[in-house]
Write a protein of this length. Structure first.
Length: 417
């Protein structure tokens, strides 16, 4: 099964049509329906092994060995332990994009979410296949910005007379179509590890031909929190310099004057996992664990990030925990699989989760050992299942946008300059 921007292999209804959910639904229901307008979501119809089969780890090992250098398994830090232990390389979304661009193997099994596999496919050679073990592993944030909505938003900027003074910058967590739209309009992509650098780069591009009387601006999507945190905490802009464009409101909910005055137009999107963290949790943990260092992902709200000691991507958080001295107390606000793993790997340090309640990323968790075994054994049998491939027209401009990001020097060590 191959996906070419639109999901295929989706469940069908009795009359044979593909059941859809209303466009814009943020989260696809257990992968059992298709939303052609969204980033992801199909039934995974594979012949999956039983999750209770105790032989699964051995089967994964055997298939991995049989495939040798014909496959490379990439794993995002949010993946389950049962999956990440089979990854040849692990990383944050920036590192994984680099790995994909450099991979030699004919098959890349991407243990992460759909936008990551899609980016890997855009950067890989056309003869390489990128496989996502469960095609329903989407991202609710990516689903919050749809291509048609971005077309409308850009038309809105044109009506306000500010489009020529605007460079679009999209977070990696977006569809290939959104990436292509940004690439075609001189924009680029960023991840949580290089957002400050990418936003500065974007402003530099505007200044080359800014419109007189209009503030140079960046349209940042889909994560309003990463955009705001970057603009205010790294670039030193004021909160008032940022406005929020709501794709569900007429005119985005903004007047022409508001658009003309703004430096950063933030898309109204967020991560449902990171938005759970609240500033009161930082206050509470500081009382509970004196001396604790609070590390947060930049997808958290500004009010949380402002209270933290360090702000960084998943890769940066890992490096900071590794570098902390024995006995250090560290509270982390990011996805729970990663925090639990860090706590287990550093028993000499007290690593705790910032929230009191469970906070897994539901779609990252869809990649489990049965799905991994299924795709690896299928490859051994000569079949590449669940391939993610991007249509050629989308591939062209999204690749340019991704390459602009990869050519920015290094990754930032922290969001806060
Ligand atoms: P990183 O870029 O830090 O890996 O984050 C990806 C992501 O999806 C966070 O929610
Ligand atoms: Fe998307 Fe949030 Fe999950 Fe990351 S943690 S993949 S942004 S839903």
């Amino acid at each position: 099964m191959t996906t070419i921007t639109e999901p295929r292999g989706a469940a069908t209804t009795v009359d044979g049509s593909i059941p859809t959910i209303p466009a814009g639904s943020p989260l696809l229901l257990l992968g059992r329906r298709a939303d052609p307008a969204s980033e992801r979501g199909v039934l995974c119809p594979g012949d999956l092994p039983s999750p209770s089969d105790p032989g699964l780890p051995e089967r994964a090992r055997r298939a991995r060995t049989a495939l040798g250098d014909r496959v490379v398994v990439l794993g995002h830090h949010y993946q389950r332990d049962e999956v990440i232990r089979f990854a040849d390389a692990t990383g944050d979304s920036f590192k994984l994009a680099q790995f994909a661009a450099e991979a030699e193997a004919p098959h890349i099994v991407f243990c992460g979410v759909h936008f990551m596999a899609e980016s890997a496919s855009i950067l890989a050679r056309p003869d390489q296949t990128v496989i996502l073990p469960d095609l329903a592993a989407g991202c609710s944030m990516a689903d919050m910005a749809q291509h048609g909505q971005l077309v409308d938003a850009w038309a809105r900027l044109e009506r306000a007379g500010v489009a020529t003074a605007t460079v679009p910058l999209t977070y990696m967590n977006s569809t290939a179509a959104i990436k292509a739209f940004c690439g075609e309009r001189g924009g680029a992509i960023c991840t949580s590890s290089n957002a400050p650098r990418a936003m500065r780069w974007a402003f530099d591009q505007v200044r080359a031909d800014a419109v007189a009387g209009v503030a140079p601006k960046v349209l940042f999507l889909p994560d309003q929190h990463l955009g705001r945190n970057t603009a205010v905490l790294s670039l030193g802009l004021r909160l008032d310099d940022c406005v929020v464009y709501d794709p569900w409101k007429p005119d985005g909910g903004l007047s022409d004057d508001e658009l003309r005055a703004a430096s950063v137009v933030l898309w109204k999107g967020h991560c449902s996992v990171h938005a759970r963290f609240m500033p009161g949790m930082v206050t509470a943990i500081r009382e509970e664990l004196p001396g604790v260092e609070v590390m947060v992902h930049p997808e958290c709200r500004y009010e949380v990030v402002r209270e933290a000691d360090r702000v960084g991507s998943t890769g940066q958080i890992i490096r900071w925990v590794e570098a902390a001295p024995a006995g250090a107390r560290i509270a982390i606000a990011t996805e729970l699989n990663l925090v639990k793993r860090l706590a287990a790997e550093h028993p000499d340090k007290e690593v705790v989760f910032l929230d009191d309640t469970v906070c897994f990323c539901a779609t990252m968790n869809r990649i489990d050992l049965p799905h991994l075994v299924w795709v690896l054994e299928s490859l051994v049998a000569g079949e590449a299942v669940n391939e993610v491939r991007v249509a050629d027209d989308v591939r062209h401009w999204s690749r340019i946008a991704l390459e602009r990001m990869l050519s920015l020097p290094g990754d930032d060590t922290s969001l806060v300059a």
